[in-house]
Design a protein around this ligand. Sequence first.
Ligand SMILES: Nc1ncnc2c1ncn2[C@@H]1O[C@H](COP(=O)(O)OP(=O)(O)OP(=O)(O)O)[C@@H](O)[C@H]1O
Ligand SMILES: [Mg+2]
Length: 507
Amino acid sequence: MSLDPSPAPAIELVGIDKKFGPVHANKNINLTVARGSIHGIIGENGAGKSTLMSIIYGFYQADQGQIRINGKPIVIRDSQTAISSGIGMVHQHFMLVENFTVLENVVLGVEGGALLGRDAARAREELKRLQKDYGLEVDLDAIVEELPVGAQQRVEILKALYRGADILILDEPTGVLTPAEADHLFNVLRVLREQGKTILLITHKLREIMAITDTVSVMRRGEMVATRATAETTVEELAELMVGRRVLLHVEKGEAKPGPVLLSVKNLTVKDSRGLKMVDNVSFDVRAGEIVGIAGVAGNGQSELLEAIAGIRKPSSGEILIDGQPVAELDAARRRELGLAHIPEDRHHMGLVLKFEEYENSILGYHRDQRYGRGAFLDLEAIRKDAEDKIAKYDIRPPNPRLKTANFSGGNQQKIVVAREIERDPKLLIVGQPTRGVDVGAIEFIHRRIIERRDAGKAVLLVSVELDEIRSLSDRILVMFAGKIVGEKTSEAGEQTLGLMMAGIAA
Ligand SMILES: Nc1ncnc2c1ncn2[C@@H]1O[C@H](COP(=O)(O)OP(=O)(O)OP(=O)(O)O)[C@@H](O)[C@H]1O
Ligand SMILES: [Mg+2]
């Protein structure tokens, strides 16, 4: 037991500065993180949060400044140095080897070489102890790709702890989690804190900040602009500090004026590769001038439903009509020609080609459009002008259409997809998780664009696991559970009513 009256902070950053070419990602950052605390970092998309964490973890080198860990200045040349200094990181996109077991993933790179006999037994025992101490349940022999995301994340945490992490960095850990998984994670984080670990948590969800952090720091445009004791601040103050202006945390919208049916789904059934019904005999309509929201815990068939409507997944039976026309025989491109636009849930797998430059992604899927050229020739000038307009309108940062898409921050990548799909002026917009990883200012912006679609007499189908988002945008709410639509409510329905329906308990 140490009775040190004033333990050195776990982390001190002094004057950290980092540029990527013309982009000044971190400007003279000072930050102190107390040992045994949960310290939140918030900030707009592109504010420099992930960059700063990557510097602490040795992925990037700061151009200037000093890092002190437990009072000692250290130079973190690479992640190996970070790990041996007791720093662990759980990334925004997991870095596990998908076809390896949990045990193999955790031990990978530590034991050096194949894991045999006695070593494997020792590793297993050590892991069991960690699992017990921190509530990190996961089957050590499961193949990683077969685990739900929440469990994969526990593997990442286990891996960091197995390597001796005292400081844990989590970059948007709840973006991909269901509410129950997020609660589970927070319980784990509380236990970690009790055991004296220090946690740096990046999130866009201000409610999470209020619920779990001790201290919160705000970044804006590369600078650290404020640090507050969580107990002494409010969601409103934090939102304003992030964006530099007041943010409407609730969207305002008038009455819907529903018109003719633009999307009709009839007795639709979609099976997965194992023949299980992911969407089970689902029927509903979406009219012009209304937003229909599909609420549900992730994994209850919403994704498959959206993909079937978009034309990227084949249903096994049933009918889909877009503006009265059956589309079973039409591929995704032909459906777009009918006036469908699709903001996919997973921008990395479906929405963007990360190695393309921004302007190429800004027309992805629409390059045959007349306005981008005629015949076999693309009018690059027109495409770039169009990309620049979207960048300005959606405040995509940095405003550079020639930048490789991978080098935009997560939230700005999302804005690239949203701009591309909405600016097409589609008759029918189908949207999956439109604001995942997006900051509060941009959420307000994207929500307004979606409501504008409705008010312009277009149809919107919205899928989101964020119940708040569903409730504030939708005119009608359909609740999906185990592949079926279990009920319909208006936006007046309470959180609890919807929550019970989402859990399959009430209708
Ligand atoms: N490898 C890179 N090359 C060039 N620019 C980069 C690179 N990595 C980050 N940037 C730029 O640095 C800035 C900060 O990005 P960063 O990813 O740190 O933002 P963030 O605060 O994590 O945003 P988000 O909330 O969207 O994840 C952005 O303008 C981004 O485009
Ligand atoms: Mg980030």
